[in-house]
Design a protein around this ligand. Structure first.
Ligand code: NAD
Length: 494
């Protein structure tokens, strides 16, 4: 592969400028753009209009992508690290160059507002650039007159990436970048609800990578099932529901695929009695409602100390009333629609369940059935029982239960009483108390007086049924490698 040639092609109006984000959504398989006899529609969730038809990959097309990846693997694994890193940087440059197209298309297919699309697209660019600086160095275990022992981290082969619809681009990049920099090839599958940006990303990478190193295939859940069972795939990096993750794990057993599973969450936030309600309300609001609460790490249970409960609730209601829910394409929109109809129906079910069980809704709760898109107003539920569905389950939409607490041990026990363990946060002025409570929380990420702070250098993963393994950081990179220990007996045999 020649990166020099690739950049020349771009400067001369080559492949990048030829990529049209408004049409021709095709798969990238073995470096070629490929359609399919069958297609599936993609919708704009703000209007419910069909905005594109997308290839529904056949099993033979998946086989072709995997075969191409297997063919490309020896060459890519042998490509010097610096060149693989440079390829990721080139992809970052390409994405940045086409950022406006990505932003518009992401809003169109996912629904998110402009600021939230910027978070995702520029985050993806930053991630590619930073992962491009990473590598897993050899570990010299012994260096003596007698022996040299080194543990090396070799690529696994072909990785499959399966991505959800809430952060379609960023979560694809979180898989593509570590897979490629460690010398693996990847076949990536976007969610059937949000395939468009990922298909365009594949198309944009065609002249930046040797054929077969990165293929993008689109289709439904069956395609995911074929990937997890495919004997030519050595690892699955999956982000999605916990229940789907369990299917993935069972299916991957046949050839003992390596797995990284990033699954659901029911993140608690614990607010101490010493906070300033007016100051903290906007922070708590965004902890819960960023990406319209379609976020694995949204605060999904808000435990507020009794001393400030009423004041925090009232400030949250007041702040939430300043938020505009609407079409993400409108400049003043803060929160977009629910991304797809099944999810919309699911969120409505939680609202109905709250009403049926007499939980007090202090804001929202009334969905306009005549609206153009799948819109749900910000909905706040006042201290429902701990075993109510809205507390115990993951609604994945803009409905948040507020819960009172008085006793520290009790609130810690309630926060931990869940099958999930993805994230958690603690908020307060007494930093000793904040840290003491944080240390007892069972979650892969514990934020203290902040939330949603991520980095390519921070391991991100879940406790319990929120996942296995992690993404990002050296630990995340190592999930794409074998350990190979090589021992050399300096005197041996000769
Ligand atoms: P989902 O599990 O329905 O789908 C995720 C992906 O898996 C999609 O590409 C889908 O086509 C594919 N898929 C579906 N069934 C499959 C199967 N049996 N085998 C293989 N692949 C299959 O999840 P979703 O609705 O797209 O996303 C929402 C969920 O993702 C929420 O639970 C959320 O918390 C979770 N999530 C977790 C993280 C994290 O990092 N932990 C991040 C974002 C979202």
């Amino acid at each position: 592969m020649s990166l020099e040639n690739a950049s020349v092609a771009t400067m001369e109006g080559g492949p990048s400028s030829a990529v049209d984000f408004d049409r021709d959504y095709l798969m990238t398989i073995d470096g070629e753009l490929v359609g399919s006899d069958q297609t599936v529609p993609a919708y704009n969730p703000a209007t419910k209009a069909v905005i594109a038809e997308v290839p529904d990959a056949t099993r033979a097309q998946l086989d072709a992508a995997v075969a191409a990846a297997r063919r490309a693997f020896p060459g890519w694994a042998a490509t010097p690290l610096a060149e693989r890193q440079a390829a990721l940087s080139a992809i970052a440059d390409r994405m940045e160059e086409r950022a406006e197209d990505f932003l518009a298309l992401l809003t169109r297919e996912q629904g998110k507002s402009r600021p939230q699309a910027e978070w995702e697209i520029f985050g993806s660019v930053a991630w590619l650039r930073e992962i491009a600086k990473q590598s897993v160095p050899d570990e010299v275990v012994e260096e003596s007159d007698e022996r040299r022992v080194v543990t090396r981290f070799t690529p696994l082969g072909v990785a499959g990436g399966i991505v959800p619809w809430n952060f379609p681009v960023l979560l694809a990049v979180w898989k593509i970048a570590p897979a490629l920099v460690t010398g693996n090839c990847m076949v990536v599958k976007p969610s059937p609800f949000t395939p468009l940006c990922t298909l365009k990303l594949g198309e944009l990478c065609r002249d930046l990578l040797p054929a077969g190193v990165l293929s993008v295939v689109s289709g439904g859940d069956d395609l995911g099932r074929w990937m997890t069972a495919h004997p030519g795939i050595d690892k699955i990096a999956f982000t999605g529901h916990t229940d789907t993750g369990k299917h993935v794990m069972r299916s991957a057993a046949d050839n003992l695929k390596r797995l990284t599973l990033e699954l659901g969450g029911n993140d608690p936030a614990i607010v101490l009695g010493d906070v300033d309600p007016a100051e903290i309300a906007p922070k708590l609001f965004w902890a819960a409602f960023q990406n319209n609460a379609q976020f694995c790490n949204s605060t999904k249970r808000l435990y507020v100390h009794d001393d400030v409960y009423d004041a925090v609730r009232d400030e949250l209601v007041a702040f939430a009333q300043t938020i505009k829910v609407g079409d993400g394409a409108e400049a003043d929109t803060d929160l977009g629609p629910i991304q797809n109809e099944p999810q919309f129906e699911k969120v409505l079910e939680y609202i109905e369940d709250c009403k049926a069980n007499g939980h007090r809704i202090v804001l929202g709760g009334d969905v306009d059935a005549s609206a153009a898109g799948w819109f749900v107003p910000v909905t706040l539920v006042d201290d429902p029982p701990e075993d109510s569905r809205i507390v115990a389950e993951e609604p994945f939409g803009p409905i948040l239960p507020l819960l009172r607490w008085r006793d520290e041990d009790d609130v810690v026990a309630r926060a931990n009483d869940t099958r999930y363990g993805l994230g958690a946060s603690v908020w307060g002025k007494d930093l000793d108390a904040v840290q003491r409570i944080g240390a007892q929380l069972e979650a892969g990420t514990v934020w203290l007086n902040e939330v949603h702070q991520y980095s390519p250098y921070q391991a991100f993963g879940g406790y319990k049924e929120s996942g296995i393994g992690c993404e990002n950081s050296l630990h995340g990179l190592m999930e794409y490698t074998n350990w190979q220990t090589v021992t050399l007996n300096r005197a041996g045999g000769v």
